[in-house]
Design a protein around this ligand. Structure first.
Ligand code: BGC
Ligand code: CA
Length: 299
């Protein structure tokens, strides 16, 4: 039995840290601070952090096959070059919804960049409901809209056989699954595979492990949970010393470390005093499971 170790490895004080992505080529972790409008790359070996500030909330980042990154910034799908700090817009969504922004995003196994939107919040998880939609940026830069009426578009990932798309609309307190057609990018047959328990609070970001199980970060729940999407059962709970855990990804050597992001915004002074590491990057080791490499945008 390995023993689980949880540590804050980067005291970044993000307003809302999100979208951790392991970049194998540089041995570093990418992440964003959404309201901080910051995209970061941290190398755990050299301890170097590269930061880039953009013009609007940046809610997700992903690798790009041709080099550099793609990111969702405001309501735009963009390419990002961390070297020269340049941003190029590839497409804009929700043009009729001035109060919207993108939220979580991830690339599918065929290189399409999926991301959903939400209304801007007045306080964490307080917002005009049903304003969001789920989109994907295809490799030809065309945008496909899948559905609307989303509250807070959040975690997403695909099954290991690429036949299921997992998706979280946070305020539904559910982890959902769709049948997935990798060839066309079509989704169908939406169903819930897990309903969160009260103390688990709000489901946020998620990632899959090499056993096909899902790791879901629970916002306000201070934990990540491991779910079996086939039985609908929770297999494991790992608690962190911060309440606003937002997302997770596997990284490090052999993808055996689970990196977890979290937020500071929304914590009152008392809670902040009790959780000074809020907004930092956490690393969980000793889980005995591994993750898979992130897919890169093909356009
Ligand atoms: C959003 C936050 C939100 C949180 C809880 C995150 O993905 O970016 O703005 O407060 O989810 O639902
Ligand atoms: Ca999120």
């Amino acid at each position: 039995m390995s023993s689980i170790k949880i540590e804050c490895v980067l005291p970044e004080k993000c307003h809302c840290g999100e979208s951790p992505v392991w970049e194998e080529s540089s041995g570093s972790l990418l992440f964003v601070d959404i309201p901080g409008k910051k995209l970061c790359r941290w190398n755990p070996l050299t301890k170097a952090v590269q930061r880039m500030t953009v013009e609007a909330p940046v809610s997700s980042v992903a690798l790009r096959q041709s080099g550099g990154y793609v990111a969702t910034i405001g309501t735009r799908f963009c390419t990002v070059n961390l070297q020269d700090q340049s941003v190029v817009t590839l497409a804009t969504v929700d043009k009729d919804k001035k109060n919207n922004r993108f939220n979580d995003g991830k690339v599918d196994p065929a290189g399409r960049f999926f991301a959903g939107t939400m209304a801007e919040e007045t306080a964490p998880a307080v917002l005009e409901r049903h304003q969001g939609s789920l989109y994907a940026l295809f490799p030809d830069h065309q945008v496909k809209k899948y559905f609307d009426q989303v509250d807070i578009s959040n975690g997403l990932d695909w099954s290991l056989d690429h036949k299921i798309f997992y998706y979280i609309d946070s305020l539904a307190y559910s982890v959902d699954a769709f049948d997935y057609d990798l060839h066309t990018g079509e989704i169908s047959n939406r169903r819930s595979i897990y309903k969160l328990e009260k103390e688990e609070q709000i489901p946020d970001g998620m990632c899959i492990d090499t056993e096909g199980k899902l790791w879901v970060a629970c916002y306000n729940g201070g934990r990540v949970i491991r779910l079996d999407p086939e039985t609908g059962k929770r297999l494991q709970t790992v608690k962190l010393p911060v309440d606003k855990t937002t997302s997770c990804c596997f990284g490090g050597k052999d993808y055996s470390e689970l990196y977890v992001t979290c937020a500071r915004d929304g914590l009152d002074p008392d809670s902040l005093a009790r959780q000074p590491e809020a907004g930092g990057i956490f690393k969980i080791t000793g889980l005995g499971v591994k993750g898979i490499a992130p897919y890169a945008y093909a356009g």
